[in-house]
Write a protein of this length. Structure first.
Length: 736
C-alpha cells in the first residue's frame, strides 16, 4: 500500500515538473513579438558591428629548429640537456623564446611600432564608410568635411618618432598641407612643428619637450586630420604578441608554423618577417657569445697546459739520464697505455666541467653529470695504480713520468685544435634555426566573418528575448488559475472566458457592430459568457434590484468586452436591457457598437440632456446603449448627485436589466459610487494580466467600501495553451 502511495506521489511530482516545463514553453511562445523584435535588433546590431569592424589579414611562415652544423656537438648537447633532454621540449622552448618580450621588442623597435598613425574618422560611421570607399573607389581622395574628417583613400606612413626618454606615451594631430607638407599639433591644437614628407622634422611640444618625426608617405587633401599616437613600449610589445601564434606542425618535427594578424597583408608580412629576423639574430648572437666564452676559456688554459707539458718532458729526460732506464717492459707498457687513456679522459672531463661552470652552478644537472663521470674515472685510475706497486721501482717511476708527458701533450694538442676550430666556428655561426618559408599573406581577409556575426546576432537576440520574457513572467506573478481566486480570495468564479483572437482584430472594424456575440455566436468565448448569463439570471432572482455592475482591478482586464457581450446575450433572451458606459473618464463602448459618443451618461447626470435623448439603439434587439458622452471634469461629483438616483428610478421601470460598465476599481472612486447602488458586482480578472496583488487590493477596496461583491469572472484564458498542454488546469472545450 505504502509503495503504491509512493508511486502515485512520484508520478504526481513528475507531472508537476512536466506541467512547469509546458508553462515555460507557453510563456516563450506567447512572447514571440519580443523574440522577433530582439532577433531583428540583434541582426541590426551584428550587421553594424560586422560592417564597422576593421578587416583582419593573416601572414604565415615556416621555421625549422635544428642542430646547427656550425655548432660544436658539445654545445648542442648542453642546449638539449638544458631543455630537459628532450628535442620536443627544446622546440617548445624556442617557440616561447620567439614570443618573448626580448624578441618581439626588437621587432617593435625595428618597425617603430610605438608610433601609430591613422586618419581621423567621423564618429561611429566614418571609418566603415571610408573603408568602403577605399575598397571600391580607388581613384582620388575625398575632400574632408564635417570637421576635417577623412572619408576614404587617405593614408599616412610615420616611420619614426623620437620623444624624450621620460615620455612614455603621447598623442598628436597631423594635418595635411599643400605640396606634401604637414603640421603636427598637440591634442589641444598647439603647433609642435611643420615638416615635409621624406625629411626629418623637429619641434618642441609643450609639456613634452623636443619632438622629431619622419613621415615617409602622405596621401590626403589639404586640411585632412590624422591621429598620431606614441604608445608605451610594453603596450606595443603586448599588441604584437597578441597577434602572433606559433604551433609545431606536425608535432615533434622541429617545424614551427608562425602566423601573425594585421590590418593589411603587407603589414602582417612585414611584422612577421621582422619577428623572425629578430629571433634568428638573437640566436646567432647567443651562439657567438657562447663560442666566444669557450674560446676565452681555452686561451686562458693553453699557456698553463704548455708549461705543465714542458715541465713533465724535462722531468722525464732528467730521470732517463740519471737512471739509464729508457724503456718499459711489456707488462708496464700495458698499464701505461690504460692509465694514460683514463688520465686523458679525466683531463677532458675536468675541462668540460670548467666550461660548464662558466654558465651553470654546481647544482646544475650538467655539472653534476660531469662530476659523477670524473669520480668514476678516478676510481678506475686508482685501481690501475694499485698494479704499479708490483713493478720494480725504477720502472714504476719511469711509467709515472711518461704518463704525465703523454697526458699533458695530448691535452695541449686537443685544446689547441679546439681553439682553432672555435675561431672558424665563431665566424660561421648561423644559429639553431632558419627560415624555411618567409612571411606570406594570401590577400584574403580572415575576419570579420560577417555571416557568423549575423548568426550570433540573431541567436543572441533570441536568447536575450527569451530570458527577458521568462524574467518578466517570473517577476510579474499573475493569476493564471481560477482556482486561485476561489481559494485565496474567497470569490466564486461565475465563468471562465477563453481568449478570442477575433475580438483582438475587431478594433480595426470601425463604424459597424463589433460584438463577438453577434458576429461569432458559436465562438467558445461566447459559450462561456452564455454560462455567465445563466448564472447572472439566477443571482438576480434573489436580488432586490435589476442593476448589475462589472469592473476590474486595473485597465486592460476586459471588463467592457464582458459587459457588452453579456448584455447582448441577455437581450437575446427577450429581456429589455440597457448597457451603461459608466466609465466617465475613458469609456469606449460606443466603438464596439459603431455609434456616436454622445450625448450620453455625463449629459444626463449634468442635466444637459434627458434620458430619452441620450439612450441610443445598439443594433441588437432589446438592447439599448447609454454611452459615456462628453467627458466631464468632475465625474465623482456627478455620480453622487440626485440626478443619478432619479435616473436609476426611471431605468428601473423601463428595463429588465441594467448593466454598468464601471471604471477599474483601483484607479478611481467612481466605481465604488456606482457599485453601491447595484444588486450585484462582478470583478473581471484577466489571465496573465491581473496580478495577485491587484486582485487582493481590489477585493479589499470593495469590502472596505461595503460593496456587494458577488463574484469574479476569469477572462482571457488561452485556448491554444490547452491544446499544447500549457495550462495549469483543464477546462471545458466549448466548441462542440
Amino acid at each position: 500500500m505504502a509503495a503504491a502511495e509512493d508511486r502515485r506521489d512520484s508520478k504526481s511530482a513528475d507531472d508537476e515538473k512536466e506541467i512547469d516545463l509546458r508553462e515555460y514553453i507557453g510563456i516563450v511562445l506567447d512572447g514571440w513579438p519580443w523574440i522577433l523584435g530582439f532577433a531583428i535588433l540583434g541582426l541590426l546590431l551584428a550587421t553594424y558591428f560586422a560592417w564597422k569592424a576593421p578587416p583582419v589579414y593573416q601572414a604565415t611562415s615556416l621555421m625549422r629548429v635544428e642542430q646547427s652544423q656550425n655548432m660544436a656537438p658539445q654545445a648542442f648537447m648542453e642546449q638539449q640537456v638544458a631543455a630537459g633532454g628532450s628535442g620536443i621540449k627544446a622546440v617548445s622552448a624556442e617557440a616561447t623564446v620567439i614570443r618573448s618580450r626580448s624578441v618581439v621588442g626588437d621587432a617593435v623597435d625595428d618597425l617603430h611600432l610605438r608610433v601609430r598613425a591613422a586618419p581621423a574618422y567621423f564618429p561611429v560611421i566614418g571609418e566603415p564608410i571610408a573603408r568602403f570607399i577605399t575598397a571600391n573607389f580607388k581613384n582620388g581622395v575625398n575632400v574632408p568635411f564635417l570637421g576635417d574628417y577623412a572619408w576614404g583613400n587617405e593614408s599616412v606612413n610615420v616611420t619614426r618618432m623620437e620623444l624624450p626618454d621620460a615620455v612614455n606615451s603621447a598623442s598628436f594631430q597631423l594635418v595635411a598641407n599643400e605640396d606634401n607638407r604637414f603640421t603636427l599639433l598637440t591634442r589641444s591644437g598647439e603647433q609642435v612643428l611643420q615638416g615635409a614628407v621624406g625629411t626629418t622634422a623637429s619641434g618642441r611640444a609643450p609639456g613634452i619637450g623636443p619632438v622629431k618625426i619622419f613621415v615617409e608617405g602622405l596621401r590626403a587633401n589639404p586640411g585632412t586630420h590624422f591621429n598620431v599616437r606614441y604608445v608605451p613600449r610594453p603596450a606595443a610589445i603586448g599588441s604584437l604578441q597578441s597577434k602572433l601564434t606559433i604551433i609545431e606542425q606536425p608535432p615533434a618535427s622541429g617545424l614551427l608554423n608562425l602566423t601573425l594578424k594585421g590590418s593589411s597583408p603587407a603589414e602582417a608580412e612585414r611584422q612577421l618577417d621582422s619577428v623572425m629576423t629578430a629571433y634568428i639574430q638573437q640566436n646567432v648572437e647567443k651562439q657567438s657569445e657562447q663560442a666566444q666564452r669557450r674560446l676565452d676559456f681555452l686561451k686562458q688554459q693553453l699557456p698553463e697546459l704548455k708549461e705543465e707539458r714542458d715541465l713533465a718532458e724535462n722531468k722525464l729526460r732528467d730521470y732517463q739520464t740519471e737512471s739509464g732506464t729508457l724503456d718499459l717492459s711489456a707488462e708496464a707498457n700495458s698499464v701505461f697505455q690504460r692509465l694514460t687513456n683514463i688520465d686523458q679522459q679525466i683531463a677532458q672531463t675536468e675541462l668540460q666541467r670548467q666550461e660548464l661552470l662558466q654558465e651553470f652552478t654546481q647544482q646544475a644537472p650538467q655539472v653534476q653529470a660531469a662530476n659523477e663521470k670524473r669520480a668514476s674515472l678516478v676510481r678506475q685510475r686508482n685501481e690501475l695504480q694499485e698494479q704499479l706497486k708490483t713493478l720494480p721501482k725504477a720502472e714504476s717511476q719511469l711509467l709515472q713520468l711518461r704518463r704525465e708527458v703523454e697526458v699533458n701533450n695530448q691535452l695541449y694538442t686537443q685544446l689547441l685544435n679546439t681553439s682553432q676550430g672555435l675561431e672558424i666556428t665563431k665566424a660561421g655561426i648561423t644559429g639553431v634555426s632558419h627560415i624555411v618559408d618567409s612571411a606570406y599573406a594570401s590577400g584574403g581577409k580572415i575576419a570579420p566573418k560577417r555571416g557568423l556575426w549575423l548568426m550570433i546576432g540573431i541567436i543572441g537576440g533570441i536568447v536575450a528575448a527569451i530570458l527577458l520574457v521568462l524574467t518578466r513572467a517570473l517577476l510579474r506573478v499573475t493569476v493564471d488559475d481560477p482556482n486561485e481566486i476561489e481559494s485565496q480570495y474567497g470569490l466564486p468564479v461565475y465563468a471562465t472566458v477563453p481568449f478570442s483572437s477575433w475580438e483582438t482584430g475587431s478594433a480595426n472594424r470601425k463604424g459597424q457592430l463589433n460584438l463577438l456575440a453577434i458576429n461569432r455566436p458559436d465562438d467558445p468565448t461566447i459559450e462561456s459568457i452564455r454560462s455567465l448569463r445563466t448564472s447572472l439570471q439566477f443571482a438576480m432572482i434573489e436580488g432586490d434590484t435589476k442593476f448589475i455592475a462589472i469592473t476590474g482591478p486595473t485597465p486592460g482586464c476586459g471588463k467592457s468586452f464582458i459587459a457588452a457581450n453579456t448584455a447582448a446575450l441577455i437581450a437575446q433572451t427577450g429581456a429589455r436591457v440597457l448597457l451603461v458606459d459608466a466609465d466617465l473618464r475613458r469609456g469606449q463602448l460606443f466603438r464596439a457598437f459603431g455609434v456616436q459618443q454622445g450625448p450620453g451618461f455625463s449629459e444626463v447626470l449634468s442635466g444637459d440632456s434627458t434620458l430619452d435623448q441620450a439612450v441610443q439603439a445598439s443594433g441588437v434587439d432589446n438592447l439599448d446603449l447609454l454611452t459615456t458622452g462628453k467627458r466631464p471634469p468632475n465625474p465623482a461629483e456627478l455620480l453622487i448627485s440626485r440626478r443619478f438616483n432619479e435616473m436609476k428610478t426611471s431605468l428601473e421601470s423601463r428595463y429588465d436589466y441594467v448593466l454598468y460598465d464601471l471604471p477599474p476599481i483601483l484607479n478611481v472612486t467612481d466605481a465604488s459610487i456606482v457599485a453601491n447602488n447595484v444588486a450585484a458586482t462582478f470583478l473581471v480578472v484577466r489571465s496573465e494580466h491581473s496580478t495577485g496583488h491587484e486582485v487582493d487590493q481590489a477585493v479589499r477596496r470593495m469590502h472596505r467600501d461595503d460593496l456587494k461583491l458577488t463574484g469574479a469572472i476569469f477572462n482571457g484564458l488561452r485556448v491554444d495553451r490547452r491544446r499544447y498542454g500549457y495550462s495549469k488546469y483543464g477546462y471545458y472545450a466549448y466548441r462542440y
